[in-house]
Design a protein around this ligand. Structure first.
Ligand SMILES: C[S@@+](CC[C@H](N)C(=O)[O-])C[C@H]1O[C@@H](n2cnc3c(N)ncnc32)[C@H](O)[C@@H]1O
Length: 286
């Protein structure tokens, strides 16, 4: 697999132009159905919570304030990118942030009043490791809430064009670590030992520009037209058709965003941790 094809959100600090990712986050965060999905995810964490809730893969940290307001808990943002956290600190006052990988969260077992994660798992080569880690960190009865797109179910104005469907499916697998992430969330949460409580799907219309930025259809055509001969020849033909379809006005799309909440069942052997911030954020990830 050519890693250059992959979305840069998996390694923001290594990309040449992280500001482009920041810009994309800013623009997607105000889309109505994205806002609605975020709101549903905050509410699904619960209200009147005591202690700390974590936003894993917090990006610019814009969700922390609302998450704290809705849940009444202290919100801590976790992100693997120092660049994102620097941006987050520039724009938020009093935000609490920690730089860590989702597979090794810096919280004691059972210490969190909730954990939320939006649009990280789609870039994660081992999403089950992240979900299991969030499940470890939340207290018995607390929830893990996941928000992810399902590109497998994305409908574009090209969707009637079955001649390029195989190419697009192939392309999305190269571009995203988990292109059909949204529909797999219940399975990952259950495998982490959590009990499913809530699932809701939001459908966000995307204009031509956003569709191109997210799906990268012209990049796809370029890639496909450069593959070798032999068995890959069909791709070049599909690439030619795709380019013809996207050359005048690019396609628009409807992007499904899936919100799933699950809670941790009670367990006798889980330590009871006082729900204070100091007692919660302690373990430095190795
Ligand atoms: C698409 S952005 C979403 C940001 C934010 N959740 C939002 O909805 O605006 C994904 C974020 O996850 C972070 N990220 C990606 N992989 C990560 C990992 N393994 N551990 C922690 N953060 C990660 C990226 O640095 C980026 O800030």
């Amino acid at each position: 697999m050519d890693e250059n094809v992959r979305s840069s959100f998996a390694s923001v600090d290594q990309t040449a132009a992280p500001w482009m990712l920041v810009d994309l986050l800013e623009r997607t965060a105000i889309l109505p159905e994205v806002v609605a999905a975020k709101g549903a995810s905050f509410a699904a964490l619960g209200t009147e919570l005591v202690g700390v809730v974590a936003d894993v893969g917090c990006g610019l940290g814009r969700d922390l304030e609302e998450m704290a307001r809705v849940t009444s808990a202290i919100a801590v943002g976790v992100d693997a990118s120092q660049h994102m956290l620097d941006e987050a600190r520039r724009f938020t006052t009093g935000g609490r942030f920690v730089c860590a990988h989702a597979h090794r969260l810096p919280f004691r077992t059972g210490a969190l009043a909730g954990a939320r994660c939006e649009r990280l798992l789609i870039h994660d080569q081992q999403p089950q490791a992240s979900v299991t880690e969030m499940a470890r960190c939340v207290a018995a009865g607390a929830r893990v809430v996941l928000v992810e797109p399902d590109f497998q179910a994305t409908r574009t104005t090209l969707s009637g064009a079955i001649e390029v469907t195989a190419l697009l499916t192939d392309w999305l697998r190269r571009r995203f670590a988990q292109p059909q992430c949204g529909r797999l969330l219940p399975r990952w949460l259950s495998s982490a030992g959590l009990r499913l409580d809530y699932t809701r799907t939001f459908a966000q219309p995307c204009d031509e520009r956003l569709t191109e930025e997210i799906l990268g259809l012209r990049e796809c055509a370029l890639w496909a037209s450069n593959v070798g001969d032999g068995d890959e020849g069909w791709r070049r033909e599909q690439a030619r058709r795709l380019l013809a379809m996207t050359s005048d006005r690019g396609p628009r799309s409807i992007l499904p965003i899936v919100v799933v909440a699950a809670s941790k069942p009670p367990s006798a052997d889980e330590p009871r941790i006082p729900p204070s911030e100091a007692a919660c954020v302690v373990e430095t990830p190795s």
